[in-house]
Design a protein around this ligand. Structure first.
Ligand code: IMP
Length: 422
């Protein structure tokens, strides 16, 4: 299919990097549309492991990567990532939107300062400056990639913004000094490095669609971290749902008809906030260790829980997901019984939807269906019927409960450990 969108249906870290890498085989363009270097995608190719935070994963396969207008870019991180890829023999083909916003030094300082001040009520952000950068975008105080190509324009903008940011830092009792000439110089240098890549990517994409090119949109984070439809305020600051791809790249939503929702076979989240099916004891630790559930970006341990189909259904409905890709099925190997949450009970009332307020969410009791586990998975798996009966039943149950077919199953970190069920 010429246009495919891959998004996370849970709290991020669903294994999107591997699935994107798989679909990128056929793509001409691989496009990021939201988030920034709060994301971390791991791609394993033979002995080589690549961890990417801003660069679209498809560049590993020699595809053209596009960083859309909806992404927030830390230029220092991006330049380092590009240098590292080049040093490893990959020469990334990259285009960056001239409308994408830049993470500035004060965004990172303010992200940390706000989190410190919130204490026990903190969001648990990645402290990469993501929230403050998106706040400035909406408040119309942002600095965009096009601005670092013009010394006068950048200076004018910094002269207006820096005094405000300096005041904000002092409100948080931070002593850091925002030096205009040094920030100006540093960002103009970033502009010089990135100039060959900065362009009108929305037009590139519109033309690519007209020419029937194959385009893969690569979501970062997951639906439950969407700033409107996630566990607000314990979310990120962008739109992680399918609609975000249109806004974050400048293409019409009518082109988004093939939408793959990534579902990890269990649930994880990093940072604070509600997680109704959380397992704090043995099985949670088992999943954490076996699934290597430690953040790609911050190395924080991820909280683990049973698969929550209220969450997956919510994602499917909001994004119009057409197919599911199940990841990390092998991590469940060896568990005698598996539980899957299908509904919640709040104050004795059963609900099928994900409530908006965190107060209700804290009181949510998951209602579980128990399914039989399996011991191991054969390798390689070439058809669904190669799977143990119990694993087939697990997958069938998911498809039925969320009324969406499964098109891909990942059962190990290697590219080859992927079953395409189309
Ligand atoms: P921020 O995006 O750094 O502002 O962090 C806000 C919330 O989103 C925190 O709970 C983070 O842990 C979470 N978050 C941000 N990016 C990711 C990701 O790529 N995977 C999982 N969680 C993320």
């Amino acid at each position: 299919m010429p246009i495919t969108l891959v998004i996370g249906t849970q709290w991020g870290d669903e294994g999107k990097g591997k699935v994107v890498d798989y679909y990128a085989k056929k793509a001409d363009y691989v496009v990021r549309f939201q988030g920034g270097n709060n994301a971390g995608h791991t791609i394993k190719v033979g002995e080589n492991v690549y961890k990417l935070h801003v660069t679209p994963s498809g560049v590993i396969q020699g595809k053209t990567g596009i960083i859309g207008n909806g992404v927030v870019i830390d230029p220092e991180v991006l330049i380092k990532e590009l240098d590292e890829l080049t040093a490893r023999g990959i020469h990334p083909k990259l285009l960056i939107s001239d409308r994408a916003h830049l993470i500035m030094p004060y965004h990172k300082l303010l992200d940390g300062a706000e989190e410190d001040l919130l204490g026990t009520q903190k969001i648990g952000t990645t402290k990469r400056g993501i929230g403050p950068c998106y706040s400035d975008k909406i408040a119309r105080n942002g600095i965009r990639t096009c601005d670092i190509l013009n010394a006068q324009l950048l200076k004018r903008k910094l002269e207006r913004i820096l005094p405000i940011k300096q005041k904000m830092l002092s409100i948080y009792s931070k002593r850091d000094i925002l030096d205009l000439s040094s920030i100006h110089k540093t960002y103009l240098n970033y502009g010089k490095c990135l100039k060959p890549y900065i362009t009108t990517t929305h037009i590139t994409l519109q033309e690519a669609i007209t020419q029937n090119k194959t385009i893969l949109f690569e979501g970062a984070q997951g639906t439950m971290l969407d700033v409107d439809f996630g566990t607000y305020p314990y979310t990120t600051s962008s739109h992680t749902i399918a609609g975000g791809a249109a806004i974050g790249t400048g293409i019409s939503p009518r082109h988004l008809t093939n939408i793959i929702g990534i579902v990890k076979a269990y649930t994880t989240r990093v940072g604070e906030g509600p997680l109704p099916t959380e397992l704090t004891e043995d099985i949670g630790q088992y999943l954490q260790q076996k699934g290597q559930e430690f953040g790609t970006t911050t190395s924080r341990p991820r909280r683990c829980g049973w698969l929550d189909l209220v969450v997956v259904r919510h994602s499917c409905n909001i994004s119009g997901i057409t197919n599911l890709a199940i990841t990390k099925l092998d991590v469940l190997n060896g568990l005698k019984t598996l539980k899957v949450c299908t509904q919640y009970k709040i104050n004795g009332k059963i609900i099928n939807y994900f409530p908006a307020n965190t107060y209700d969410l804290e009181k949510c009791e998951p209602i579980y269906t128990q399914l039989k586990g399996w011991t191991d998975l054969p390798k390689p798996i070439t058809t669904l019927s190669d799977l143990p009966k119990e694993a087939q039943e697990y997958l069938t149950y998911i498809q039925k409960e969320v009324a969406t077919p499964i098109s891909l199953v990942s059962y190990g970190p290697e590219r080859s450990e992927t079953l395409d069920c189309y």
